[in-house]
Write a protein that binds this ligand. Structure first.
Ligand SMILES: [Ca+2]
Length: 529
């Protein structure tokens, strides 16, 4: 018997506990009985009633404050090589909202997403998360383990989903009325993968800044690293120059949308040329770029092309994403400039070429890409035909930041445009799949633009009440205080100021179609509308 279970039983004698935790899995005893549950290929390791209060997840430094729940730790082995750990947290029956929310992961991080589970649990959801079948961020886990790669690619989330639904059924006496999935970054890939591969799993899915074009994105990281590092492996663009680039790009492009608000509304319309910052001969001042820095920046914007066909392999990163904040994650540093080797080089070494010494400068952009897409198709989630998910009645809400320095938003836009084409038009797509782009938002959150919004709340209204979201109201905060709100409009609509009232109030904006050839109004002073 664990210490927590003892604590739960001790608490059970208090009137307050009885009031909060009554039937089914809410009682310590009923929760514990779930340990005897037998689901094929699933081993329940523990089932523990956790009382309300402080809970410190495994490996965490700090405790989180949670309502009471039944915590199930389990492992799924759909193949003999699989080792998919997952947890299911179930609220007491009388505080359960009757719904299930699966939550996604970040990067290649093989760990359970406790923070995301906590958010779902506090909203009354039964929730689940998986470590995707391996531990940690090191990509060596896939070497010689092809089934573990498939688990990471898409199977772990599906198996977690199936098993969790059954565990919840056994714990509460009924299946969840609705099932949702929410994830950002790798979690956004998992979200799109679920809609594409397992259309029956969820009724509603939130896909944020999705890293769904994973194979090509890995080629993009490789190309960007090579373009921005000298032959001895030193980064060409120092941190202060990243901030200079973002400031210069914003100065050049802020007014294109007619509103000087410190934000590039749509970086696709911004053609700021870093050569404008070229230093005078033989100087390297803080306010200018050397010729190699200019060249490296241009390549970051341009992306990587197939040298044989000229086709784009992977888009570049948007103007405005260079360095908008102090943190490495708010700039090109974390995924491109700071790593001593190309980010995710293990993808090539351990998964593709099975050569730990593979030299990344030997890449063949044509044949190696073709080989990767043929060998590891399960690593990407790029199927544009979402008919099965639509037929299931599923609703998909996708968002991204126009200043994302990790997953370039142009690639996310290209995927959505591709789905629109495959589904027969914008109207046929908006029926079940809507996309919201946040100007000035970074990767999943943060940035100079409004970046806090309730995606799952909007999705619930859509799935449960049939109220489809035309916009999401987002806020921006400084030191915990909201200083601006804006609508994030349903793509391809854009937010435009109505002409009166504060530019920091969402109510003063309307979502409108951008004229195809919108006049570019340049201003040097004040607010332009
Ligand atoms: Ca602007």
């Amino acid at each position: 018997m664990t210490r927590r279970f003892v604590a739960a039983l001790a608490l059970a004698s208090s009137p307050l506990f009885v009031e909060v935790m009554t039937p089914a899995a809410s009682s310590g005893t009923a929760c514990a009985t779930l340990a005897a549950l037998t689901i094929p290929n699933v081993t329940i390791k523990s089932a523990t009633a956790v009382s309300a209060g402080a809970f410190t997840p495994p490996g965490a430094q700090a405790a989180m404050t949670l309502p009471a729940f039944c915590r199930i730790e389990a492992t799924a082995r759909p193949t003999s090589d699989s080792d998919i750990r997952f947890e299911v947290w179930i609220p007491p029956i009388d505080t359960w909202n009757g719904k299930f929310e699966g939550v996604g992961n970040g990067g290649y991080q093989g760990s359970i997403s406790y923070a995301a589970m906590a958010i779902a649990l506090r909203r009354g959801y039964a929730t689940a998360s998986t470590d995707t079948g391996h531990t940690g961020d090191d990509m060596k886990f896939g070497q010689g383990h092809p089934e573990k790669l498939i688990d990471y690619g898409h199977r772990a989330v599906h198996v977690m989903t199936d098993s969790s639904k059954l565990i919840i059924r056994n714990a509460t006496g009924r299946f969840a009325e609705r099932s949702y999935f929410a994830g950002c970054s790798a979690g956004g890939q998992q979200a799109l993968s679920e809609a594409q591969r397992y259309p029956e799993d969820y009724d509603g899915i939130v896909a944020g800044d999705p890293a769904n074009n994973r194979i090509r994105q890995t080629f993009g990281f490789l190309a960007s690293w090579i373009a921005t590092h000298s032959p001895d492996g030193k980064p060409i663009i120092p941190q202060p120059k990243l901030a200079l680039l973002t400031k210069s790009a914003v100065d050049a492009c802020d007014a294109i949308d007619g509103l000087k608000d410190g934000l590039i509304d749509d970086p696709r319309r911004c053609h700021f040329d870093p050569a404008k910052l070229l230093c005078k001969p033989s100087s390297d001042e803080a306010t200018c770029l050397t010729a190699p820095q200019v060249e490296a920046t241009k390549k970051m914007y341009e992306g990587v092309k197939n040298p044989r066909t000229g086709d784009l392999i992977f888009t570049g990163w948007p103007r405005g994403s260079e360095g908008f904040g102090e943190a490495a994650s708010q700039s090109w540093r974390q995924y491109v400039l700071d790593p001593p080797e190309p980010m995710r080089v293990g993808f090539f070494r351990y998964w593709l070429f099975h050569d730990p010494n593979w030299d990344y400068r030997s890449i063949d952009w044509d044949r190696d890409l073709a080989y990767a897409e043929q060998k590891l198709p399960f690593m990407a989630a790029v199927d544009k035909d979402l008919s099965p998910f639509k037929k299931h009645g599923g609703k998909l809400l996708m968002y991204t930041g126009w200043a994302d320095p990790v997953v370039p938003p142009q690639d996310t836009v290209a995927y959505y445009d591709g789905v629109v084409k495959a589904m027969g038009g914008l109207a046929q797509t908006r029926d079940f799949y809507r996309f919201f782009v946040a100007p000035g938002m970074g990767h999943c959150t943060g940035g100079p633009g409004p970046n806090q919004f309730d995606a799952i709340g909007a999705l619930e209204l859509w799935v449960e009440k049939g109220t489809a979201p035309d916009k999401l109201i987002a806020t921006h905060g400084t030191n915990g205080k909201v200083d601006r709100s804006r609508p994030l409009c349903m793509y391809p609509l854009v937010a435009r100021h109505k002409g009166t009232g504060s530019i920091d109030e969402a109510a003063n904006f309307a979502c409108v179609a951008e004229p195809a050839a919108a006049p570019v109004r340049k201003s040097t002073t004040g607010v332009q509308r």
